[in-house]
Design a protein around this ligand. Structure first.
Ligand code: WQD
Length: 333
């Protein structure tokens, strides 16, 4: 298949480009590079030995998107081009609503115009809100805790309504849990600008001596050791989940959790990292972070049953691969 990958130079997008190319698909990336670099795509080519066609465009720009669509005969779109920093979305809600919703609408509209009927959307476990764990796809959604989360829930709604009106479309809503790690080559990974918000990139920065210590946000949650529990998934497993989703020839809307089904606490992740890499990660316990929930993990049985996909990589792989990337590239920033 020929696949348009908006946001393909980003963390999850770049790993998915690798998985798509390795599975024999042709990949065209559209990215405005606002939070990524073009050389990531060179590294994707180095890993796979295959070329990626790249357009530096903003996918909220309908004219630019239509021009790209007119040049290729796409079989599908996998839309990763969204802002994803939760705290920033609280400070700049309009930026988030505009970018994340307009990009989805512009891409979907261009698909309608150019007869592309397969759309895969990067959604998030945040759409489950304060539901009880494990999160199951059939649960009624509860309000997410941030504007970022609302953009994911609203994009899902838009795409569901679109399928209602166009029943020959195939829309996949993939709800990611906590993607971490990096490609085992150490060539691509997560490279947030500034001080990371998320746990794993913060840990690797501390391990690299770029930040003094990790601040653990609360140890009084009703969890195994009082720290927050999340479902960390290796980004390569997540990328492979997209290839599995593309292989399912289904019409209508399909929703899948992409996680491991296992919860890991902050302290468990810190200790796994220390053991996997033989490095100490100094930390201190501080107050809870506003908006955090105690536990978040997936029921992953639907993806396994219907897509034949299951996360294969464990915490040791996630920690080793994240650290390898940090040492190879990111540490030099
Ligand atoms: C994980 C755990 C923190 C940093 C967010 C988005 C979600 C998804 C992934 C992405 C929590 C604790 C963290 C630190 C800490 N979307 N923590 N010290 O909040 O589960 O999910 O990212 O695009 O929508 O909400 O991930 O990595 O920030 O936090 O103690 O410095 O680590 O409290 O328990 P989160 P996270």
């Amino acid at each position: 298949m020929v696949i348009l990958v908006p946001g393909g130079a980003g963390f999850i997008g770049s790993h998915t480009c690798v998985a798509l190319l390795e599975a024999g698909h042709e990949v065209v990336v559209a990215d405005n590079l606002c939070n990524s670099k073009a050389e990531v795509l060179d590294r994707v080519a180095t890993i796979t030995g295959k070329k990626v066609t790249f357009y530096q465009i903003d996918v909220t720009d309908a004219e630019a998107v239509n021009a790209v669509m007119a040049k290729h005969s796409f079989n599908g779109v996998i839309h990763f081009a969204g802002f994803k920093a939760v705290a920033e979305s609280v400070e700049k809600p309009l930026l988030y609503y505009y970018n994340n919703l307009v990009s989805t609408m512009v891409l979907a509209q261009a698909c309608l115009k150019h007869g592309v009927k397969r759309f895969v959307f990067s959604s998030s476990a945040t759409v489950y809100g304060a539901n009880k764990v494990p999160f199951v796809e059939t649960m009624a959604l509860l309000p997410p805790a941030s504007p970022y989360g609302h953009t994911k829930a609203m994009s899902e709604r838009i795409l569901m309504d679109l399928v209602e009106a166009n029943p020959d479309w195939s829309v996949m809503l993939l709800r990611y849990f906590n993607p971490v790690g990096a490609h085992p080559s150490g060539l691509i990974g997560e490279a947030p600008t500034g001080i990371p918000n998320n746990l794993m990139p913060y840990i690797t920065r501390v391990a690299a001596g770029k930040l003094a210590r990790l601040r653990i946000f609360g140890n009084d949650y009703p969890t195994v050791d009082g720290t927050g529990v999340r479902d960390y998934i290796h980004v390569v497993d997540l990328a492979e989940g997209h290839v599995a989703a593309l292989n399912k020839p289904a019409k209508g809307v399909q929703i899948y959790n992409l996680g491991t089904g296992r919860g890991t606490s902050v302290l468990q992740l810190v200790h796994a990292f220390e053991e996997a890499n033989g490095i100490k990660v100094p930390y201190e316990i501080v107050a809870r972070r506003p908006g955090d929930i105690a536990e978040c993990y997936a029921d992953v049985s639907k993806a396994e049953r219907e897509l034949g996909w299951k996360a294969k990589r464990g915490l040791v792989d996630m920690c080793r691969d994240a650290w390898r990337f940090e040492k190879n590239y990111y540490v030099k920033d």
